[in-house]
Design a protein around this ligand. Sequence first.
Ligand SMILES: O=C(O)CCC(=O)C(=O)O
Length: 261
Amino acid sequence: MNGGVATCVEENQTETEDLVMLHAKQICEAAFEQDDDDDDDDVEEEFAHPIPWQKIEAEGLDCDYSLLFSKQEADRLFNQLEVEVEYFTGDEAQVQVYGKLYNVPRQQATYGDEGLMYSFSGVHLLARLWTPTLEYIRDVVTNATGQTFNFVLINRYKDGNDHIGEHRDDERELDPTCPIASVSLGASRDFIFRHKDARSGSNPNKRQIKPVKLELAHGSLLLMNAPTNRHWYHSLPVRKKVKTPRINLTFRRIIKTRVKK
Ligand SMILES: O=C(O)CCC(=O)C(=O)O
């Protein structure tokens, strides 16, 4: 994840009418059938969270979007995370760009299984152990997706000035078979995918591929499935009108054999 890099050398994000807008409201109301196998299992029942998914597809992009939490529960989780999460400070709140250090324009924290380390943009972030709220959200995501996760990167945006620049989550330590599961709590923010061949710069083979723009709602879950992160960059641009905070959690599976201890 090179979001820190891009935040410092970020291109202006322009909104065009071509952008594909997807709102939580568009999600169909149809409820999924409950899996009969779960009926006897109280623990799974507790987390059972059948949700209607919206498929988002483009060339090399495969995502699923859903509202995972009700407003009431999302409010509760947001407030708990505000108390529980300890964000990085000092050197750990900086990124290196061409050898120079910059402050990250948001707060970051990493949690996960013991000893897990995640490295990007010249920083190596050791995961703190899961808090009860993070464990709860992780288990709801697992129940909704059938995927297990051993790590979460948390980004907190105090308002619309905080942002993350264009980057791909393509680190080698990420299990390529596992989607990245992105849970959003707090202020709704625009989230933009741009195809790698459509980015500006000195690309002689630049192609006209429309960006894909989503509005990530309070309580939503976005699943970025393979090969999305190979072909598409994503960003959360500055939105001056947003005055309230947002917390984003990206649950990931790190391949343990590559983990530095
Ligand atoms: O805050 C977001 O929705 C995006 C976070 C992100 O891009 C990342 O964790 O890689």
